[in-house]
Design a protein around this ligand. Sequence first.
Ligand code: LLP
Length: 385
Amino acid sequence: AEEPEEASAFPIWWRTRRAELLALADDAPAYVYSAESLEQSVAAIQSLDAVDRIFYAMKANPHPDILRLFEKAGLGFECVSPGEVERVRELFPKIDAARILYTPNFAPRADYDFGFAQAGYLTLDNLYPLEAWPELFRGREIIVRIDPGRGRGHHKHVRTAGPQSKFGVSPDEIDRLIAAADAVDCTVVGLHTHVGSGIRTPDTWAENALFLASLRAHFPKLRLLNLGGGLGVPEQAGQAPLDVAAVGALLGQVKAVHPDLELWLEPGRFMVAQAGVLLARVTQTKQKGDIQYIGIETGMNSLIRPALYGAHHEILNLTRLNEPAVQTAEVVGPICETGDVLGHARRLPKTVEGDLILINTVGAYGHAMSSNYNLRAPAREIFMQ
Ligand code: LLP
């Protein structure tokens, strides 16, 4: 069937798979992931010629089929916990350790032991481990996360640099870092920075690279710069997508000045956000005072981003995609919290119990952040070839 163009702000995969998605109504609530869309993200990120290596930040979505697709495409994995490293090791028993980058943060001592044994690279976020447990670092090569002093991103909770953020070593502490590393023959081979998440200004990563490169005189064995993740995707109508070609062109300029340094990226959201939709059936409707509510069968237990960050996710009535919007409604879940609102003041067609609602661009930090709150199982996951 022909869908009207204005039904969704985003020209994405699920338009052409609408009949298959409607047939999944009895499996709802469900996250559905598109292999085709994931492949498009891989192609986009691999088009960055100046980038030597890409590590997928698997915290965004650790679904095994997604990891398999990325592993086949040659990506590495950025892991933030022993559990994430173990998942990679279990799925790909023969994987080269050099494709596993481990980024512990305020983690217990045992995690560093584990990381050096299981991951090819470890990023140090704080001087404490090196100073308090120096023997763990003896003879090792490490990457060090530096705080450039200013964060970016879609919400204060996801800005990961600057005076208010717990992440990274301050540039003021470089002498102390070097003294502690030298004392145990530990070599800094890489510098890392990650300034935040959901960033759509293309100069961010070249800026990160120039900041890190400005410190290179301190680190004679430096061979790589990890510029972090944070590459954003549009969430609302009218938002321009990140200009990936511009990111590449700017990084190309950095590469021309520092041809001996590898440039790495560790994107999470960019790889998976648009590949995922959340399907949920309408349970009840209600008009109270001036406000119209549309209730769906799952809420903040499946998707906490609207409640936690005020994040906007497009919401459509998939059953009535071709019908005109006739109401403005709060789309709410069944959780016992006033904040269990998935969409505020949304324009929707006449909507009744049983209609299938689609929530868009939820492949990143959707299921990964879900919970059993209220003892309601979160939406299941379905991978669509
Ligand atoms: N590298 C590091 C060191 C990170 O801390 C993160 C994300 C990434 C890479 C990947 O960032 P991405 O490319 O996905 O933006 N739950 C939040 C996002 C938290 C991001 C945490 N760190 C959200 O739903 O917006």
